[in-house]
Design a protein around this ligand. Sequence first.
Ligand code: ASP
Length: 357
Amino acid sequence: MSSNPIQSEKSPHILVLGMGGTIAGLANSPDKPLEYAAGQVGVDSLVSHIASAIPKNVKLVSHQLANINSRNLSESLLSLLGEAVRAALENPAVLGIVVTHGTDTIEETGVFLQLTCGQHANQVGKRVILTGAMLPSNAPGADGPSNLLDAIKWAATPLDNCPGGIYAVMDGRACMAMDLAKRHPTALNASLQAAPSSSAGLINPSWLSGVKAVQSAWTEDLPIPRQTEWPWVEILTSHAGARPETVSLWVESPVQGLVLAGSGMGGFHDAWQAPLVQAASKGIALVRTTRTGSGSTLPNIPEKDLAGCLAAGALSAPRARIALQLALNAEKLAKIVGKPLTWQDFFARIAVLPVIR
Ligand code: ASP
């Protein structure tokens, strides 16, 4: 990282990290905005496009980490982003950080940054703000420029009204990044439909007290896995006609964990019971969540959890998968230094994080 502008700029600035997405997308023809390629425009251009609207006292430094369609997000890129965010949190010249990202998997990145950098951001009093767009950059009425401007302004706003932490801004609304999820394929507010949020400029006090409750519960960040050392975890969805093979095919594989996206309260088809007992006895970590799209998966409701299987609280299946990967990685690192902590110890801290309403 020594030759990049992240380290070399010494005057106070906001760092904008580019990951790609529709915000950096280009449509073949502006009258067909849904026919576009994501991750085409450099983050420098996105920033210079809104330069005239940026307050004069705000200096920006941008850096391209990737320029992808986020449906192709990889675990190694998450590690790269996490390390870049950590370095920026430690750099006294960086006042705040904005990440431009595709909305397809912004849900994974949001929870990843909260669990690996959330405590640190809060402690050093810096905001890390994820943003994206639903329309490509050359579409009429593109939402990217206003989302990016909101994110930059908020990253640069003094902390009086809202503490340092990991947030997201889309469509004029702000939320914790771990609450952001795409819940509609095309709507401009697709990523905020299910998230408790506040207006980006005018923080709502009840939302803010929820943020503070999450931040006081999250007292220790988890390690960022090395780029090539992410534990292998899959998501399996229970459904009508589920077959035992959906689970048993994994039992002899090197998979380290399974997230079970169950029906209703997070129960799964009876056909899975026997192979799941087998998977657990092979040491495969099991986590249970709900495919309903909202609400919490509680332990032991409606039936007893299998030994060692944990309910995922309010985490959706994609978030529970990242959380389980980080918990398995933390268990591995704890073992190396002789600490008798299990993935369940780490995962349980995540699953009980307060839910903002
Ligand atoms: N497929 C795009 C991506 O996630 C969608 C978007 O950015 O809104 O990169």
